[in-house]
Design a protein around this ligand. Structure first.
Ligand SMILES: Cc1cc2nc3c(=O)[nH]c(=O)nc-3n(C[C@H](O)[C@H](O)[C@H](O)COP(=O)(O)OP(=O)(O)OC[C@H]3O[C@@H](n4cnc5c(N)ncnc54)[C@H](O)[C@@H]3O)c2cc1C
Length: 407
């Protein structure tokens, strides 16, 4: 058992974490019986690690007796307890269903018994039990939100002036990957952390997780590292390939897969597309109270996955060729995919401001949206808005000092 966990064995921190948000529900006896059809019981001993941060877990654990602590590693490299669960609760979070590396470690702190079910089996079982399915999915979505809010997960260390730092931050945020950004310019511990991992400031931005370091990774490298689904998990030949995983593409994937077609959606950046950046969508069918774009995207990906559709992230289609009823799609990294039908759901591309050299500032000072993500990047600094002024906008921004020049 790790010292961090051992130290707390007798402390109040090992009291079960209260279920304030509905993220840690208890399963009923009937629900446990449903899951038991696909799994097996086994005893657990204090100190045993069931899930390890940074490694993929292929099992779903239900606690039948005893207690399990969920821990994460802080900036100093020390593991600390963030939750404690007892009988009736289950482990896991959203990434486990999607095959991502785990963003937490689960360690037994009180001996007992668990039910172990392969994640594949859980996917199949919950399809036939809507109540159980809702309970697990809701808990997993909430747990992912908590991990993001509390800034667990990997660390991105880089300068606020670096376009690559901005790129990695945006990729992590848009893909809802738990992480923390440490600004080389302002955070005093950044240099110390780099030294600890034997990295110099010239290598920044770097991504650090567990003992591993990625030096200025591409989005695809980061995606593969955390286990976002890669093109090589594709079926050799699909009935339908959807290019783009915004609302339209994910909708197409859900309908195609639910009709029994072998379906895959390919997304070059992040699921949800433009909608994924919206903090609240009020006019989407079925959500009278509104829903955030990120939540909508996560639910849609899970829904598509429930019917067997695969969603591949950070893979861009650059060429489509058709021959005799077969379509070949070429990926930016050189691979290719064959499909009987292709749905192009690639959304919109923004008109760019025509100023020489502006590309090097895009995503790092020049933005084509004003969502929460851009607000995070801009902080409290002054902002200039360039754009076409509609009569409505003119009414809203009627005092010109901060709306300086309208084109
Ligand atoms: C901040 C914001 C708030 C919004 N709020 C609302 C709202 O409240 N209500 C509303 O109705 N609409 C809203 N919209 C508009 C709405 O989001 C869009 O109409 C919707 O996202 C369009 O969906 P789509 O799937 O057609 O395209 P997109 O959402 O643009 O998705 C297309 C996807 O295809 C991917 N792609 C493109 N080319 C390739 C390629 N070659 N290979 C692989 N992938 C590719 C892109 O990366 C993208 O993820 C909002 C938009 C924004 C930006």
């Amino acid at each position: 058992m790790s010292e961090a966990v051992a130290d707390r064995r007798e402390s109040p921190a090992l009291a079960e974490t209260p279920d304030i948000y509905g993220a840690y529900p208890r399963l009923s006896d009937d629900q446990i019986a449903t899951l038991e059809a696909g799994g097996a019981r086994r005893t657990i001993e204090t100190g045993e690690t069931l899930v390890r941060e940074g490694e993929r877990s292929d099992y779903f654990f239900v606690i039948l007796a005893g207690k399990i602590a969920v821990t994460t590693t802080n900036d100093a490299g020390v593991r600390h307890v963030i939750r404690v669960h007892g009988p009736g609760r289950f482990l896991g979070e959203l990434g486990d269903l999607e095959g991502q590396a785990s963003f937490y470690t689960a360690e037994v702190v009180e001996p007992g018994e668990v039910l172990v079910v392969p994640t594949e089996r859980v996917r199949a079982l919950v399809v036939h039990d809507p109540v159980l399915s809702d309970l697990i999915l809701r808990a997993y979505l909430l747990r992912r939100s908590l991990l993001i809010q509390e800034e667990h997960g990997f660390r991105i260390i880089g300068s606020c002036f670096s376009p690559d730092t901005a790129r990695l931050r945006e990729f992590a945020a848009r893909n809802r990957l738990p992480h923390r950004w440490i600004d080389l310019e302002r955070d005093k511990q950044a240099e110390r952390l780099l030294q600890r991992f034997g990295v110099s400031a010239q290598d920044a931005p770097v991504v650090i997780w567990g003992g591993a370091v990625l030096r200025n990774p591409t989005n695809t490298e980061l995606a593969r590292w955390v286990g976002l689904p890669a093109p090589d998990t594709f079926p050799d030949e699909s009935d339908v390939v959807v290019v783009g995983a915004g609302p339209a593409g994910l909708g197409a994937a859900v309908y195609a897969a639910s009709d029994g077609l072998i379906t895959a959606a390919i997304e070059r950046f992040a699921t949800g597309g433009q909608a994924g950046t919206s903090s609240r969508i009020e006019n989407y069918l079925g959500f009278p109270g509104g829903i955030s774009g990120a939540d909508l995207a996560e639910r849609a990906v899970l829904q598509a996955g429930k019917f067997g559709a695969r969603t591949i992230i950070s893979a861009e289609i650059t060429l489509l060729e058709s021959d005799g009823g077969q379509h070949r799609l070429t990926l930016a990294d050189g691979g290719s995919i064959v499909a009987r039908a292709v749905v192009l759901a690639m959304g919109a591309r923004y008109r760019r401001l025509s100023v020489p050299g502006i590309e090097s500032f895009e995503g790092n000072g020049v933005y084509y949206a004003a969502t929460f993500q851009e607000a995070l990047m801009c902080g409290t600094g002054p902002v200039v808005i360039v754009g076409e002024v509609t009569p409505r906008a003119r009414r809203r921004f009627s005092s010109p000092p901060w709306f300086p020049r309208c084109t």
